[in-house]
Design a protein around this ligand. Structure first.
Ligand code: NI
Length: 184
């Protein structure tokens, strides 16, 4: 297993649409590395784009949260939202946008379809934090970030910090790859 650098705000991989995984693709090593990378950064969800692997793969582990102690780690391959209902607000953060946190409105209950690690079809109903993390990570696969959901005033509020992240001027306690490094 290996800890991969997490790409941070400003890196082009965060703005690209990840490609569906094909049944024949060997992704087990990548998935293991994504879990290792997420755990090292104390994250609860990670999408392919965040490790510069433009594949529709999400890993989630909520077992450190009191409400999800018994929740097994999840691997969602090629996830699709079937339905969403209701809405609720909660503060979010993102390993690719360190320190920045803000309140995001998302659906309360969702139903999704995905392939598991053995490429079997699975349907899942999710709500509360699990539902939110799934929606946040599916956004990543589509090149969307949580800050895109904020009102303009709030985005403006975070502008200075976002610029610091882009320039690689923040100290981040896990390996990262900035957009700045990418373009130089
Ligand atoms: Ni994120």
């Amino acid at each position: 297993m290996a800890i991969l650098p997490i790409v941070t705000y400003g890196h082009p991989a965060l703005r690209e649409e990840a490609k569906p995984v094909e049944a024949k693709e060997e992704i087990r090593q990548l998935v293991e590395n994504m879990f290792e990378t997420m755990k090292n950064a104390l994250g609860i969800g990670l999408a392919g784009n965040q490790v510069d692997a433009l594949k529709r793969i999400i890993v989630i582990d909520l077992s450190e949260l009191d409400d999800y102690k018994d929740q097994k780690p999840l691997v969602l391959i090629n996830p699709e939202i079937i339905s969403q209902e209701g809405e609720w607000e909660m503060e979010e953060g993102c390993l690719s946008i360190p320190i920045v946190r803000d309140i995001v409105t998302r659906a309360e209950k969702i139903r999704i379809r995905y392939k598991d690690i053995n490429f079997n079809d699975v349907e899942l109903d999710a709500d509360y934090i699990l539902g939110r993390v799934i929606l946040h990570e599916i956004d990543h696969l589509n090149g969307v970030l949580f800050i895109d959901h904020l009102p303009p005033g709030r985005r403006k509020f975070h502008k200075g910090l976002l610029l610091d992240i882009k320039r690689g001027e923040l100290e981040i306690p896990y390996p990262v790859m900035t957009g700045f490094e990418h373009t130089t």
